[in-house]
Design a protein around this ligand. Sequence first.
Ligand SMILES: *Cc1c(COP(=O)(O)O)cnc(C)c1O
Length: 351
Amino acid sequence: MNFSLQNITRKNILTLQPYSSARDEYTGEASVFLDANENPFNAPYNRYPDPRQLALKNQLGLIKKISPDRIFLGNGSDEPIDLLFRAFCEPGIDNVVAISPTYGMYRVAADINNIAYREVPLEEDFSLNADKILAATDSKTKMIFLCSPNNPTGNALNQTEVVRIISKFNGLVVLDEAYIDFCPEKTLLTNLEQYPNLVILQTLSKAWGLAAIRLGMAFATPEIIAILSKIKYPYNINQLTQEKALKMLQLDDQKAKWVETILQQKAILAKELIKLPNVLKLFPSDANFILVRTTAAKMIYQELVERKIIVRDRSKVALCGEALRITVGTEDENRILLVALKEIGKINGNK
Ligand SMILES: *Cc1c(COP(=O)(O)O)cnc(C)c1O
């Protein structure tokens, strides 16, 4: 590998002079703040939040056993995904490579930034072939997007193949671990220091139960983190989100219990789903959802909607013919779904 961050960073980003906010220039303990044109009333929300989110990064650093200067926090994972394009990909010139099927935001962010998006299909069993990914790259490929466990397929990618891609590719490998808390396979975060070209994405939106507060994380070398921090909106993480996240991160055991419950419910749901006449196959899941091959995805989806139950129709997605993606809910929600599917199976197509 011959990776150089300098070489893959856009020239305008390398030379960019970032905006310096009032709270950037002064970070100590003062008692009279007359520097940011804030209203002196309505504390604490009259004040701009910490643009560097230091308290939150320190707490995350402890939980993830990683130095805070290797952490970028964004408005969901969507923000670091977009910033990676803006920092490293020259519109109209560069390209990225991604597995298919996968999470839809990578392509949307590529399209917004006018970056060619090259899809490489996974194998029929949704496994990853590193050679096929590497073969799709050329001198203009700046990033490779991998997602493990993958959405919508649910399976974790083989870590040896992932590492092979990271080791051989001269650009950035973005590994989205949004569902890693549900997965028996270990995060690559523990090995982050070995890989100068690896960006790991995680989020508080899934296992942590905080989709509403919008907090995504990117982990990488301090140099990559510095570039993302330089181009973000100065106050990208609002005060309410920082406070709520900090409180929640102190309840690490609560998250662990939720994950355990969800995994137990997933096993029960899977056992019951496969008995249904309108379910043909369950794809192996390392996440909090199951991709299910049905007899007639669109019809079943519509029938579920009639019953006020919403799942995700993925039947138009590559390799996902007649498949529905079902999130694991509470015991009650899962039972309601199963009863409805049974009923729908009686009216319509059987296997
Ligand atoms: C849900 C999900 C995310 C989370 O996105 P946020 O913007 O952090 O809510 C990221 N990646 C994948 C693959 C997902 O499925």
